[in-house]
Design a binder for this molecule. Structure first.
Ligand code: ADP
Length: 616
């Protein structure tokens, strides 16, 4: 029968047909051979055994008879292409089996040529691939189902190979990114990552690919049309094949932009609340009902209570309220109940050590839980002190004005009486007394005017040559005549000149010297010394008087401030002189400092540049 098959006649074939067929039959594989035109002239024994077709029936058997009709058209096309191009064949199709059904087989064919390249014959194999094919088909079906399913998802979905190569993404992915397939598939999607997220995402992806871990990461993905980014939460899981190897990764990316915005807003508002709580500017307390549950550092510092006391909830709002203010506080609590807030009002808190803290307090209740309240507390002591200082100033100022006016009125009455009696021949002493009172009033008025000029920034300065040592000597003489109780000793009489405003500097030294005399009633001398340097001149005015308490040494330069000690009450004044002096010295580019020892005396040191700065 076999001789019915004809071997190609042209070319060289080193093996004879029978030997070739014998060899093919001996192999455990399915072998076929076809002539140059593709006509199969030989199937080996294994083939017949596998495919169950009788040898005699196989005569002239061709692919069409054994390939599943559904697979035949594709198979024929591939076979014809191979024939035309003279290229090796590799295809897959369902072939008829000895069990009467079809099974997937892999068909390979190699072309055999003679030395001139003319095709002699085709030798091929058929290998059972049913299992692998079924696995592939199952996976394909699973993937198709997955693709179908992903189209229903509100998320972006994707499938990658085990190495991360993106094979598929759902329509929503395209819809959001407005990218073309070539901008997403493969590894191209990486270009859609936000540059700040890129390195982190790639590193995480590599790690999860290498370790087969769940891939779970947040990143920003670009909308190519708008050029904007949105945050996505991406999760991917590996899919394992039968051999327990990762064959795919399925994943979704969920738009979390809004969540991120909410988180960001929350973070920002927490940051703001934190900054407010941490600020040393304002005291803040949080209360639940009457119990104080939180106090910031600023308030703890102001009141002296401790964080532990707050944490142990041992403080309540009534502990820190000053009993005298209860009625005003009651009114405030009433306002809180009705309006869910208290308009800032002045109250007094009781500190831990029992001292009182004047405070400005505003309170708000949380809208959803009015039992929770937040109080904002400002230290009101400075304002209270200023108010007190102003009150004191008003009473002292009236006193300071009233005394000379009373003297003037008395002197006028005296003169009128003398004239009425015809005794007005010696009016000189009365005029002298009136003159000094007018001078006192003039000085007071000028000082008040200076204070308001300083406040309005309208004080003007001359620039002239001032011989300071000469000025101090003259002042020493004048003041000694006015206050003979004290001698003013000016050391270092060498002439020292500087550029400044002579009248204003004179005003400073009159103030310092007359203070030195006024505040050393028990002493009889005041010393002045001058220390010139290359660029500056320092003048020290030293007295042996009552001294200034340490806590008040800075404050005496403030407006209307008086360091009031009991023994000083008789020493009248309005607290304007040093304020004006400090301002004048500042405008000359200089400084004024004080050193003092209680009951021993004070030294005021003025340092002036030899040339007053131009801007003054
Ligand atoms: P006044 O003397 O009119 O009160 P000043 O502004 O000149 O105003 O002084 C402010 C305060 O500084 C004084 O009230 C006094 O308490 C204190 N003071 C100023 N000079 C001296 C001094 N030489 N010795 C002690 N206290 C002084």
């Amino acid at each position: 029968m076999r001789e019915l098959f004809s071997l190609p006649t042209s070319g060289e074939l080193s093996l004879d047909r029978y030997t070739l067929e014998f060899l093919a039959d001996a192999l455990p594989h399915q072998i076929w051979m076809a002539d140059a035109r593709g006509h199969i002239f030989f199937w080996n024994q294994k083939w017949y055994a596998s495919n169950g077709l009788l040898i005699n029936k196989s005569k002239g058997l061709d692919w069409e008879q054994i390939v599943h009709p559904e697979d035949y058209p594709a198979m024929r096309q591939t076979w014809q292409n191979a024939l035309v191009q003279g290229q090796d064949l590799l295809t897959e199709a369902r072939l008829h089996t000895s069990e009467g059904n079809y099974r997937w087989q892999e068909i390979r064919g190699s072309v055999r040529r003679d030395i001139e390249g003319t095709i002699l014959l085709w030798v091929g194999t058929v290998t059972e691939s049913e299992e692998r094919k079924q696995e592939e088909l199952t996976l394909k079906a699973r993937e198709e189902n997955f693709h179908l399913f992903t189209e229903l998802l509100p998320q972006l979905a994707w499938v990658t190979r085990s190495d991360g190569f993106v094979e598929y993404c759902n329509q929503r992915y395209y819809d959001y990114t407005h990218a073309r397939p070539e901008q997403i598939l493969g590894y191209a999607w990486r270009q859609l990552l936000h540059p700040e997220d890129y390195a982190r995402v790639i590193a995480t992806r590599h790690l999860s690919l290498a370790q087969g871990n769940l891939y779970d990461i947040e990143y920003r993905l670009r909308d190519c049309q708008a050029g904007t980014y949105r945050w996505f939460l991406t999760r991917g899981i590996p899919v394992y094949g039968d051999s327990n190897q990762i064959i795919k990764w399925f994943g979704t990316s969920t738009d979390i932009e809004e969540q991120k915005q909410i988180e960001e807003n929350l973070r920002r508002s927490q940051e703001r609340v934190h900054a407010l709580m941490e600020s040393a500017i304002i005291g803040i307390a949080v209360a639940e009902g009457q119990t104080i549950v939180e106090m910031n550092d600023a308030l703890l510092q102001l009141t002296g209570y401790t964080r532990e006391e707050v944490e142990q909830r041992s403080l309540n709002t009534s502990t820190i309220m000053f009993p005298e203010y209860t009625s005003r506080d009651q009114q405030a609590l009433q306002e809180l109940a009705t309006n869910k807030q208290i308009t800032p009002y002045e109250t007094t808190y009781v500190c831990k050590d029992g001292s009182l803290l004047p405070a400005l307090v505003g309170v708000v209740a949380l809208p959803h839980d009015p039992q929770q309240t937040i109080a904002f507390v400002l230290d009101n002591s400075d304002r209270k002190e200023l108010e007190q200082r102003k009150d004191d100033f008003m009473s002292m100022a009236s006193h300071e004005f009233k005394t000379p006016l009373t003297v003037l009125r008395m002197q006028i009455q005296l003169l009128q009486k003398q004239r009425a009696r015809g005794e007005a021949h010696n009016i000189t002493p009365a005029l002298a007394k009136m003159g000094s009172q007018v001078a006192r009033l003039t000085k007071l008025t000028e000082e008040l005017l200076d204070v308001s000029k300083i406040a309005a920034g309208k004080m003007t300065y001359a620039r002239e040559q001032v011989d300071i040592s000469k000025l101090l000597h003259e002042l020493a003489d004048t003041l000694h005549q006015m206050y003979p109780t004290h001698t003013i000793l000016v050391h270092n009489a060498a002439p020292v000149t500087l550029i400044g405003d002579k009248d204003r500097l004179e005003q400073v030294f009159i103030n310092l010297l007359s203070n030195a005399i006024k505040y050393s009633p028990e002493a009889n001398s005041v010393e002045v010394d001058l220390h010139p340097s290359l660029e500056t001149l320092t003048i020290n005015v030293r007295d042996h008087g009552i001294g200034i308490p340490r806590a008040q040494r800075e404050k005496i330069f403030e407006r209307f401030y008086r360091a009031i000690a009991s023994e000083q009450k008789a020493l009248t004044g309005l607290g304007m002189g040093l304020y004006i002096s400090a301002e004048i010295i500042k405008r000359h580019g200089g400084t004024i400092r004080v050193k003092s020892e209680l009951k021993k005396g004070s030294t005021f040191s003025v340092t002036l540049p030899l040339v007053m700065p131009q801007e003054s």
